[in-house]
Every structure is written in C-alpha cells, then in structure tokens.
Design a protein around this ligand. Structure first.
Ligand SMILES: Cc1cc2nc3c(=O)[nH]c(=O)nc-3n(C[C@H](O)[C@H](O)[C@H](O)COP(=O)(O)OP(=O)(O)OC[C@H]3O[C@@H](n4cnc5c(N)ncnc54)[C@H](O)[C@@H]3O)c2cc1C
Length: 450
C-alpha cells in the first residue's frame, strides 16, 4: 500500500475507518490493519486505538518492521510540511512525513543534497530516521542519524520530547534506528550537504574476485565519497566472484538536470519472473553491459543513487508470494572469509536475484542504540519467496553471520531467529527502557517481546 493522504490541518479520524490491507515492500503478506492518518503535528493526543499502534511511513521497509497486523497504523504521510530552512547553513526542519524525493526536488536546485540517502528516494524522513538508513557514503558520512540535529517525539501518554545531540541525547539515540517503537517522530532537524550541482563524477570498474573487491574498496574509501558494488550471485566458484564496482564524487557541474523518466510495472505476474534461468541470463547480460561501460563518466545523481526508482512497482516481479531481502553485515576482521562463505552458500543454492549488493562500512560509532552498521562488509540480496527452500538457505546464511559476530538489518527482515537479533544488538536492554508501551509492530512482537 502507498498511503498518501494530503495535509488537511486538524482533521483526524471521527469514526474508526474500515480495515485496509497493508503490505510492506516485500509483499509477503497483505493483512488488514486499522489505519489512522495523522495531519497535525501539534494535535494531542495521538488518535486512540484499541490495540497498540505503529507509525507507518511509506512502507518501503521490506519485512514486518512497518506492519502491525494485531493493532493499528498511524499513517505519517500527511505530516508533510516544511517548517524552516536556512540557506546559509543548510539546516532543514520539516515534518516527518515529507518524502526524501520532495526534499531533493526542493533543495537540490538551491545547492543542497541529502547528507546520506538510501537506494530509494520514496521514503519518508521519519521512516529513514527510525531505521537509521545508510547509503553509499557510510565510510565517510556514517548514517542519516549522524546528521540529525534534533527531532520531536510524541508519546502515546501525550508527552512531547524535544531531543538533540546535546539535550535529552539518550532519547535521540534510542529513536534513531528505534524502529518507530519509542514514539511518533513528528518533525526532524537535518543538516543538509552543500553540493555544486546535480552531477556525479562516476566510475565503473568490473572485477573478477572478492580480493579485487576488497582492494578496490580500500583504495576508493580514501578517494571517493560514494562506493558500492553489484555482484553476480550465481556465477563463479572458489576464488572467482565477478561484479562491478561503482564509485563517485559530486561534480563541480551546474548544468540543469535532464527530465527524469519513470516507468511502472503494470501488473503482478502470476509467478515470480526471477528464477534460475532468468537470473543467469540477466546477470550475464548485465555484467557484459557494465564491462562495455567501464571507465569514467559524468552522470546525473538521480540514476546514480536511485537506479531502481526508474521502475515503479518493480517489487511485483516476484509474483503474488512476494520476496525477502537478506541483508547482513560481518565485522572487518573476518569480512573476507565470511563474505566468501555467504556467497558460496548462495551460489550453491542457485537462488538469489539480480539485486545483489556488496559494500564496506566505515568505523564511525553508531548514532542509534539499535543502528545496523558496523565496521565491516554488508551484503544485500533479494530472494523470491519459495517457502521452506528459502528458509533453509537463510538458516545457512544465519549460521555464517552468527559465527562471524555480525547481524541482520531489521528494516529488511521478516524472519530472523530471535537469538540472532539478540546476539547482534548488545544495547537492546538499554533500548527497551525507552519503548512506548502504546506502540508495537509485528517485528517487535517477533523479536523484542517474545
Ligand atoms: C529500493 C529500496 C532500496 C533501499 N535501499 C536502502 C539503503 O541503501 N540503505 C538503507 O538503510 N535502507 C534502504 N532501504 C530501506 C528503506 O530505506 C527503509 O526501510 C526506510 O526506513 C523506509 O522508510 P519508509 O518511510 O517507507 O518507512 P516505513 O517502511 O513505513 O517504516 C519504517 C520504520 O519506521 C517507523 N516510522 C515511520 N515513520 C515514523 C515516524 N514518523 N516516527 C517514528 N517511526 C516511524 C515505522 O514504524 C517502521 O518501524 C531501501 C528500500 C528500498 C525499497
């Protein structure tokens, strides 16, 4: 579902609306939810619900962190006002339901870009803070939470908490990456990044082994703001992992942006279009295309940061059963061995998807108690939902992650075992003290409350 209520000051629910089927990006379930749209950040208290509720941004989380099938959802997109912007310092204050896409459209022409951005711009600012999202510049800039100068949190008991790195900093740290469980973020103050234009000096470097990937990462972390790799998850064998390394810096180019084109997938196919055959064929063609494009080029930042946003609704290619994303991080000391093991298990299974991303994270200590990154390497892959077969592969991958001392990203997760979550989040007990008892999610029931 894409909830997109427009602002209509002061209007809230008068009577309980009928339940609506809501799914997250992975489309693994479509369960009915009681929903209430929020429009007014000054209005207290939050709309009352029979069972605990959950803030819902734009539903771009893959699993169940944004779902609450046993309770209600507060739809946040109606909180979409800008509050203040200082063109000298680049400090933006806006409501939490504003989409990153809107912020880019408004501020990029004025020379300001997001300090950190995930691989889609169709997420709300509040949702991005609640997952403490990372981007291609983690090695230099950390996560989005490192650039939050303050936020307002509304709790279900009616209290309003203004927190920042210097005031009530513990509440800020609990709420950044806090999965919406500490309260409703109604507004955020964000330090934007000064850029000279909308262009990136990018470079495409095909590679043939994991050792090449790590060497390119080490070299590029010093010279480039943005680094990320695509890998072919079905090709290769011991010692061979082919992929494409992308790196870039903001260019000193002020030329106007070309009109961006988006297409959308018109319907959901009856079965997943991603299977062993299509995967092998696509990956071969894609790798050869990137080999032909190898080298430097100046490109607009929208396709550089958001290649997937060009096809709206692409998540439907996996058919009615939906798909999982498996994203893990493993610590630097064991990243080479652990990544090789993960890729070997995936290759052996013959499963996976076109979307397979490998990236190194930097050293910056996390801004949030439950933030996902750690110094090391993250691997993210989509898998069509094939039931027990998919779960069996995930259990093999979990074993590698557990052994390496890594963790999985809750924003992408719909199934991780609770003990893996606990092992990966040493500050969980501290975080639990900041939870709002009137808020719950399918993920919190599965992993935090059991
Ligand atoms: C194509 C694609 C690429 C992606 N790439 C990346 C990436 O590179 N890096 C990365 O880190 N993530 C990435 N993601 C994941 C995505 O950025 C996050 O899941 C993001 O948080 C989703 O934001 P949303 O507005 O859709 O929030 P939702 O998915 O609706 O909600 C996410 C969480 O935020 C909470 N929440 C939402 N609004 C509020 C609020 N106002 N107050 C308090 N809590 C709130 C919800 O309760 C939930 O726990 C990607 C997702 C997609 C679909």
């Amino acid at each position: 579902m894409n909830a997109s209520p427009r602002a209509a000051a002061g209007t809230e629910r008068l009577a309980a609306p009928p339940p609506r089927a809501v799914s997250s990006w992975g489309r693994l379930s479509q369960l009915p939810h009681e929903t209430h749209a929020l429009f007014d950040r000054t209005r207290l208290p939050l709309p009352s619900t029979q069972a605990p509720a959950l803030p819902f941004g734009n539903g771009r989380s893959y699993g169940d962190s944004c779902l609450n099938s046993q309770g209600a959802l507060w739809l946040m997109r109606g909180l979409d006002r800008y509050i203040a912007f200082d063109p000298d310092t680049g400090v933006l204050e806006c409501e939490s339901g504003v989409l990153l896409d809107d912020i880019i459209s408004t501020l990029l022409p004025r020379g300001w870009f997001l300090p950190v951005t995930p691989g889609t711009r169709y997420v709300t600012l509040g949702g991005a803070v609640a997952n403490d999202v990372h981007g291609k510049n983690h090695h230099r800039a950390g996560t989005l939470g490192h650039h939050v100068l303050g936020l307002t949190l509304l709790r279900t008991d009616g209290t309003r908490i203004e927190c920042s790195p210097t005031a009530q900093a513990d509440w800020l740290s609990a709420t950044i990456g806090g999965l919406g469980l500490t309260g409703v973020i109604t507004s955020v103050r964000l330090q934007m990044l000064r850029v000279r234009g909308a262009w990136i000096d990018g470079e495409t470097l095909p590679f043939g082994t994991l050792a090449d990937f790590f060497a390119l990462s080490a070299q590029s972390e010093a010279s480039h703001d943005y680094i990320v790799s695509w890998i072919d998850c079905v090709h290769g064998g011991a010692g061979e992992t082919r992929g494409v390394f992308f790196r870039g810096n903001h260019a000193a180019e002020t030329r106007a942006a070309p009109a961006s084109r988006t297409r959308s997938l018109p319907l959901t196919p009856p079965v997943s279009l991603v299977n062993r055959l299509s995967l092998r064929a696509f990956n071969s063609v894609y790798f050869r295309m990137q080999q032909a494009r190898a080298g430097r080029r100046r490109e607009h930042l929208l396709p550089f940061f958001y290649p997937l946003d060009g096809l709206l609704g692409w998540n439907r290619i996996y058919g009615p059963r939906g798909f999982y994303q498996y994203q893990c991080v493993v610590p630097r000391a064991v990243q080479a061995e652990a990544t090789a093991e993960l890729l070997a298990a995936i290759r052996h299974s013959g499963r996976g998807s076109f979307l397979a991303v490998l990236k190194t994270f930097g050293d910056r200590p996390n801004a949030g108690m439950l933030s996902f990154p750690m110094a090391g390497t993250t691997l993210a892959l989509d898998f069509p939902n094939e039931g027990a077969v998919t779960e069996a592969l995930f259990l093999r991958l979990d074993a590698v992650v557990r052994e390496a001392g890594g963790r999985l990203y809750p924003a992408k997760d719909a199934r991780m075992p609770r003990e893996l979550f606990l092992a990966g989040h040493p500050r969980l007990a501290e975080f639990q003290r900041y939870r709002d008892p009137g808020i719950a999610s399918d993920l919190s029931r599965r992993l935090l409350d059991a």
